[in-house]
Design a protein around this ligand. Structure first.
Ligand SMILES: Cc1cc2nc3c(=O)[nH]c(=O)nc-3n(C[C@H](O)[C@H](O)[C@H](O)COP(=O)(O)O)c2cc1C
Length: 170
């Protein structure tokens, strides 16, 4: 079978777009041809890579919309989000994404790395009363400040390695 994959990239502020460039590099370096999505059309390839940003603990709306066009595909997902990739919250997001994909497709894996949040929004959330669900406590604030340094070159390296490891051998 031909090593051809469609890549769908959704990125509001550039974090995911940065990771997606590494994904394309890694896929091409292992002999894959990368096909761009066609607006509103189902992918023609069997393998699909979805690069998403996390919203409401899952894929963002544009990625969910693209996913709704996919059926019987083998899908690899790489996303950026506000949490630490090794934390319990990351597991929850990865599970949500894998479940959304697996409804009508095969999920090949879900990668997450931290992405920066809007700086003024961080300060606004820090200033919210502690009982507000969006309030950032000391740990949340620390995490958000760490997020300002991501995605970085190491995240990119990991995203490339993940892509090489989890794209199927066909
Ligand atoms: C409206 C909105 C909702 C978000 N919801 C979540 C969320 O539920 N969980 C999370 O970890 N990060 C959340 N984030 C953070 C983004 O996932 C994160 O900043 C991501 O790296 C943005 O990627 P982009 O630069 O490619 O758009 C949210 C960001 C925005 C703007």
């Amino acid at each position: 079978m031909q090593k051809e994959a469609t890549i769908a990239v959704s990125s509001r502020t550039g974090n995911t777009a940065y990771i997606a460039e590494g994904v394309v590099d890694a896929a091409r370096s292992t002999g894959w041809t990368i096909v761009e999505t066609e607006n509103g059309k189902a992918p023609k390839t069997d393998v699909v890579v979805i690069c998403f940003w996390c919203r409401r603990h899952s894929l963002d709306d544009a990625s969910l919309e693209y996913l709704s066009l996919c059926e019987g595909k083998r899908i690899l997902a790489l996303g950026t989000f506000g949490g630490y990739p090794t934390g319990a919250y990351a597991k929850k997001v990865r599970d949500n994404v894998a479940n959304a994909i697996s409804e009508r497709n095969e999920c090949l894996g879900v990668f997450l790395c931290q992405g920066k949040l809007n700086e003024s929004r961080i300060e606004k959330r820090r200033a919210l009363p502690p009982d507000d669900p969006h309030h950032l406590d000391d740990f949340g604030y620390e995490r958000a400040l760490e997020g300002l340094k991501h995605p970085n070159e190491t995240d990119l390296l990991y995203a490339k390695a993940f892509t090489r490891d989890f794209l199927p051998s066909c």
